[in-house]
Design a protein around this ligand. Structure first.
Ligand code: GUN
Length: 292
């Protein structure tokens, strides 16, 4: 069993990005600039955004954090998005999800200029991804593909089971895993809450990508000997031994599943750091006008 070290790969890529930025600035080009909008005080969102701001520093990017209280109106948010759309110093920006219930996430996503949509959530980027055109790939799926590539994991012809059908992870990663490309070229099955025989389907999988948000869902009896396991889950579970009072738990029963695998990602330190690095890659592409 080999542990997939997402933190190490992410640190390596951030160093590569920082080198490129140094070179760009030596050539007199502008510093890449990412903005993030954070609404409310959700603990998970606060942590993610803090990590994104720190990653910007490590990559040599400028970052701007715009905060709103949870009672901000949809039209106030859209006004800010329109300002960011036309601000020539901002290369790309994100609105951290989830948003409070009174705001339509889809309306917000569609208000973002797709050329600055470094999260890759705008329907134009999603559509371009699904037909294999250059676009901003959404961060978690792109991070998973990068890990498979850097560990030379063969995906061609593999049975890949994706657990979860979210717009952010399940659907796009399924689409990328079946693209005519390496990594990709897999036979993909997507399982979700209405799937009848998940255990049976998983036990045939060469690769399982678990993105359900259900701690410990994937158990030893669901995993084939030698399978590759990618765990996207990051649920906060109470842990009195931690200062924070919680720890992150993945969708895979790691201790029992790991001995059966050829490769497995840990939680934390697997997919999570790669997600942030994918956002940094998209921001660099935006600053270079490499896609649009
Ligand atoms: N919430 C959970 N994951 C993400 C992400 O990748 N981007 C944004 N904007 N919000 C998220």
């Amino acid at each position: 069993m080999e542990l997939i070290d997402g933190k190490y790969i992410a640190d390596t890529i951030k160093q590569e990005i920082a080198e490129t930025v140094k070179q760009m600035m030596a050539e007199g080009k502008k510093q890449p600039h990412l903005a993030a909008i954070l609404v409310g005080h959700d603990g998970g969102s606060e942590t993610y955004v803090a990590h994104k701001v720190k990653a910007c520093e490590q990559c040599g990017f400028k970052s701007t954090l715009i905060r709103y209280e949870a009672d901000v109106t949809e039209s106030e948010l859209i006004e800010t998005i329109e300002k960011l759309n036309s601000d020539t110093d901002i290369d790309g920006f994100i609105v951290q999800l989830p948003l409070p219930k009174h705001i339509s996430e889809q309306k917000i996503i569609e208000a973002i200029d797709y050329r600055k949509d470094v999260d890759g959530f705008h329907p134009i980027n999603v559509g371009r991804m699904s037909i294999g055109l250059p676009c901003y790939l959404s961060a978690t799926p792109a991070g998973i593909i990068e890990l498979l590539a850097r560990y030379n994991i063969n995906t061609k012809g593999a049975n890949c089971v994706v657990l979860g059908r979210s717009n952010i992870v399940g659907k796009p990663v399924a689409s990328l895993m079946m693209q005519k490309h390496n990594p990709g070229d897999a036979t993909v099955t997507v399982c979700h809450s209405a799937t009848k025989n998940i255990k049976e389907i998983c036990s045939q999988a060469d690769i399982i990508i678990a993105a359900l948000g259900s701690p410990g869902f994937v158990t030893e009896d669901m995993v084939k000997e030698g399978a590759v396991i990618i765990d996207v889950g990051t649920t906060r579970v109470p842990d009195a031994t931690r200062k924070s009072g919680f720890r992150l738990r993945g969708d895979v029963d790691f201790d029992n599943v790991a001995p059966k695998c050829s490769f497995i990602t840990p939680v934390p330190g697997g997919v999570g750091p790669m997600t942030i690095v994918s956002l940094m890659k998209n921001t660099l592409l935006a600053a270079q006008h490499a896609i649009y």
